[in-house]
Design a protein around this ligand. Sequence first.
Ligand code: RUB
Length: 307
Amino acid sequence: MSDSVQGTAKRIKRLEIQGARNVAIAAKKAMETLASQAEAHSKKDFLRELVKAKEALFASRATEPLMRNALRLIINRVEKTEERNVKKLADIVSEASQQFLADLENSTKKIAEIGARRIKNDHVILTHCHSSTVTNLLKRAKHEGRNFEVICTETRPMFQGQTTAKEMLDLGIKTTFIADSAIRFFMNQVDLVLVGADAITSEGNVINKIGTSMVALAAQESRTPFYVVSELLKFDPATMYGDYEKIEERSPNEVWKNAPKDLVIRNPAFDVTRRDFIHGIICEEGIISPHSITEVMHRKYAWVFEY
Ligand code: RUB
């Protein structure tokens, strides 16, 4: 398999590339590079190489439907075309990949435009982990002149909250950094919770960084609005047909290096926040109820159901 695919899969697994959006962009780039360097002489062999790469990239992280939707879109294009010439097939991969990126960037921009309107002067926004879609929205609100504060959770065990905190400080936003266990302590001071998503299920439940569902519980208890900020293509069509979204379980070393022998350590990377706790999903179609997710997906991205 190509170095670009193997290298990208490794970097995704090690969290050197982090966040659903960045993961999907890196995976589709690796696929594009593989296609441009393919040594196959027939369409069948070319497709076989793409499918092998897809499987390696899918295996790098279990809970990433945006990546899966991106790679399926690219492979479907190759499968459906009448074209047989391998060089031209590589061009088709490149076009599909570029189009995916342009659409994703457009969605992220629209989400920022829509979501930034919910932020008012003097608001305190709490966020968990590092979501590029959330930070992009906050950046937009700041550039529009809104004056607000951000509280970032540290996000144990891998501390992605540090990335968020640094980005916020670079934007000149007043930022407070707290331990995950301090969430309830601060929740009464929070006007709005904004979190990202790794997966949205057909029932409108959202899977995001471990701890998100506890943030949602605390927000509900203190009547603080809790919004998910997500591109619609994080929807997982497999959940429509009975599958549960798999929750990635990572190495115990991330939780405690050199832990006592025989100690059981569990390290799930994500958890499920039920739709009843979510005020709305801020997406490229507007702020929608999680209940309407399948209807919106059928209208906007019907191709994901062909999977
Ligand atoms: C990151 C995480 C993010 C989502 C959304 O987890 O849970 O909230 O992926 O991010 P990890 P984005 O650090 O384990 O990848 O909005 O950038 O897609």
